[in-house]
Design a binder for this molecule. Sequence first.
Ligand code: ZN
Length: 248
Amino acid sequence: MAARDDKTQDPVLRQQLLLTRRGQSYFSRKLHELSDAEFDEPSGLAGWTRRHLIAHVGLNARALTNLTEWAATGVETPMYSSPTQRNDDIEFSSTLPVQALRNLSDHAAIHLNVEWRDLEADAWMHEVRTAQGRTVPVSETIWMRAREVWIHAVDLDNGGSFADFPAEFVDRLLTDVLGAWDKRRDAEALPSFVLSPTDRASSVSSGDVASAVTLYGTATDLAAWATGRGTDGVSASTGEVPVAPRWL
Ligand code: ZN
């Protein structure tokens, strides 16, 4: 009989898988609250209808399934055959009948979850290459998927909110975004920031603290700002709240 539980016993991986599955449930719930007609309306992302966004999230699950199968079998299976293919697939899938889009979302998520569940414990450290060309252990796909499902649930723009996110997700998101800015700071001359969440014991920073703009707000509001999802509840030491650099 097939295992119904994750093969990995690593408590950290199991916790991450739980967080991502909760995110998938949240995304699916928001999606199922949409009527068929509402699929045609704009998403929260510029230039994309909800159809584009739903297609993207489904195709992302397939792409991460490719990486998980790569780790399981050793047969190189990239996320996408090319950046053009990624975008063409989103465009094409966005034109599918609504029921087909709903099925894509559900089935791709289930398939990815099965691949994760059945991945042998020692295979989680196997290295794969992301669409951005980064070489990472396949365990990184869990966090990659967490970001997609939680944040794009809000981008569906039908009532999802960063306020619904678990604190552990919000905190890791802040670390992730600030780390991404750190890596690109010199090349892109990014400004420095201190984020001082009013509901956390300590601040987080990116760049040179002495010259940084300090931003205040709840950790949730700061995470929304840092990922380019609005400035509600955020204030800045310089008065006007600056636009956050791009994240990914
Ligand atoms: Zn995305």
